[in-house]
Ligand binder design. Structure first.
Ligand code: TZP
Ligand code: MG
Length: 225
């Protein structure tokens, strides 16, 4: 349902192969520089996830990141805050099952915005209106992760397979939680169309190299190498 927007292809589909979700960066590092390096390395979608800042902070940082992403083809998505997403040119929105309903996000943001929904429980797939409003779903979490200690039960690779079987084929699946270059290919092999990472890139000494390695793993597993 998405039209062409920031980072979308001609049919409006975002490239979800390597999806960076922002998190803490090493002391002295600048988030925008980490993002630029990661994009240089092969990140295709970026989510600004800031659980501590105010909405104004999110809008200010997000606007700056969108400026950095100009011309890269990278899709930009804001976590959870539809008002922030509305204020940032071209921004999409990622929501979870306890957040704004995807259909309300779609009404608010319009057809061009990329909208994603985290799947914590298979019962969410019964919500046809939610699925209809989404451009992608996130299997969350695949594995337990110190980055987000309060997740619901991890799906594991079996969960990725089960969801891929159960989710309509038109909806891409990304996976998040504990993904590194050592296991990214297995997640794609289980049916994910892309991988989302926080620490594997944000905590890396060389975010560009980390992104490059992850992207190579994903592309090889997708047969796109
Ligand atoms: N949602 C589910 S797991 C997670 C989020 C935001 C954090 C993933 O972080 P990492 O460092 O890639 O395991
Ligand atoms: Mg949320």
């Amino acid at each position: 349902t998405a039209g062409p927007g920031v980072g979308a292809d001609a049919a409006g589909r975002p490239d979800l192969r390597l999806y960076l979700v922002t998190g803490d960066v090493p002391a002295g590092a600048d988030l925008a520089d980490v993002v630029s390096a990661a994009v240089e390395g092969g990140v295709t979608t970026l989510q600004l996830r800031d659980k501590s800042g105010t909405r104004d902070d999110v809008i200010r940082v997000g606007t700056r990141l969108v400026e950095r992403l100009a011309g890269t083809g990278v899709t930009f998505i804001v976590n959870d805050d539809v008002d922030a997403a509305r204020a940032i040119p071209g921004a999409g929105l990622h929501v979870g099952p306890d957040d704004l309903h995807p259909a309300d996000a779609r009404s608010s943001l319009g057809d061009a915005a990329v909208i994603g929904w985290s799947i914590h429980d298979v019962a969410q797939l019964d919500d046809a209106a939610a699925l209809e409003a989404c451009d992608y779903l996130a299997v969350s979490p695949v594995w337990p992760t110190p980055t987000k200690p309060d997740t619901t039960t991890p799906w594991g690779l079996d969960g990725v397979r089960r969801l891929r079987d159960a989710v309509p084929a038109r909806l891409p699946l990304v996976a998040i939680g504990g993904i590194t270059a050592a296991n990214a290919a297995s997640v794609v092999g289980a049916g994910a169309d892309g991988v989302c990472v926080v620490s594997a890139i944000c905590s890396a000494a060389d975010p560009q190299a980390a992104a490059h390695t992850l992207r190579a793993q994903v592309d090889a597993a997708l047969g796109r190498a």
